[in-house]
Ligand binder design. Structure first.
Ligand code: C5P
Length: 219
């Protein structure tokens, strides 16, 4: 199979990362979770008492992704593995704000483009098909009802030992989507040439198969 890049975008908790990991494993590609980069910068922003100097925050940040055989993608920020802190509620509730800032986006998008330059990447996020990889070989826009996304996220959280409430998650997901879709710089939206997959009521296997069949159509 020729080396390709796959862009997977969509709103919060639509199942993008679960599916992206499976697709990457099946096709021997590398999975890049771009949300984790924005979460890492948010983690630092919180440690800096919510500094508003985003230029300085970025200028003093060293961010890289590494891959662990068992644990998958790890995020290294200023020589520290911060991956385990990135799903904390405080990070989640501030990440859309931080990700809307120009220095933060310029920094993250540059790194993401570099990672994808050699191809063989499945990348998930909000602006992958529109901004980061406008030439991706396949673009998928994954959606699901807010109810289902909140329930899935609660299960995820449970597995990570994070307590959460479905009604609160619904609100948090809807608010984050609204913010991400309405920000000035590269808002969340479907690329014109992306295929929309509504995963509501579908199993992980069904969605994975659907995407694999789209991949075989292009390769
Ligand atoms: O995918 P995840 O939920 O971890 O993303 C966290 C947040 O990071 C999103 O809500 C969005 O604000 C931001 N993000 C982004 N662009 C991306 C990936 C994530 O703005 N490519």
């Amino acid at each position: 199979m020729k080396r390709i890049n796959i862009a997977l975008d969509g709103p919060a908790a639509a199942g993008k990362s679960t599916i992206a990991k499976l697709i990457a494993a099946k096709l021997s590609m590398i999975y890049v979770d771009t949300g984790a980069m924005y979460r890492a910068i948010t983690y630092k922003y919180l440690q800096k008492q919510k500094t508003e100097d985003f230029n300085q925050l970025i200028d003093t940040s060293e961010l890289s992704l590494t891959y662990d055989e068992t644990k998958g993608q790890r995020v290294i920020l200023d020589n520290q593995d911060v991956t385990d802190y990135l799903r904390e509620n405080n990070v989640t509730s501030n990440v859309s704000y931080v990700a809307s800032k120009e220095p933060v986006r310029t920094f993250a998008v540059k790194k993401q483009k570099e990672l994808a330059a050699q191809k063989g990447i499945v990348m998930d996020g909000r602006d992958i098909g529109t901004v980061v990889l406008p030439d991706a070989d396949l673009k998928v826009y994954m959606i699901a009802s807010v109810e289902e996304r909140a329930i899935r996220r609660q299960k995820d959280n449970e597995e990570r030992g994070i307590e959460s409430n479905v009604e609160q998650l619904k609100q948090e997901i809807a608010d984050r989507d609204h913010y991400d879709m309405n920000r000035e710089i590269s808002p969340l939206k479907k690329a014109d040439d992306a295929v929309t997959i509504d995963t509501t009521g579908k199993s992980i296997e069904e969605v994975t198969e659907e995407i694999l069949s789209l991949v075989s159509d292009i390769s």
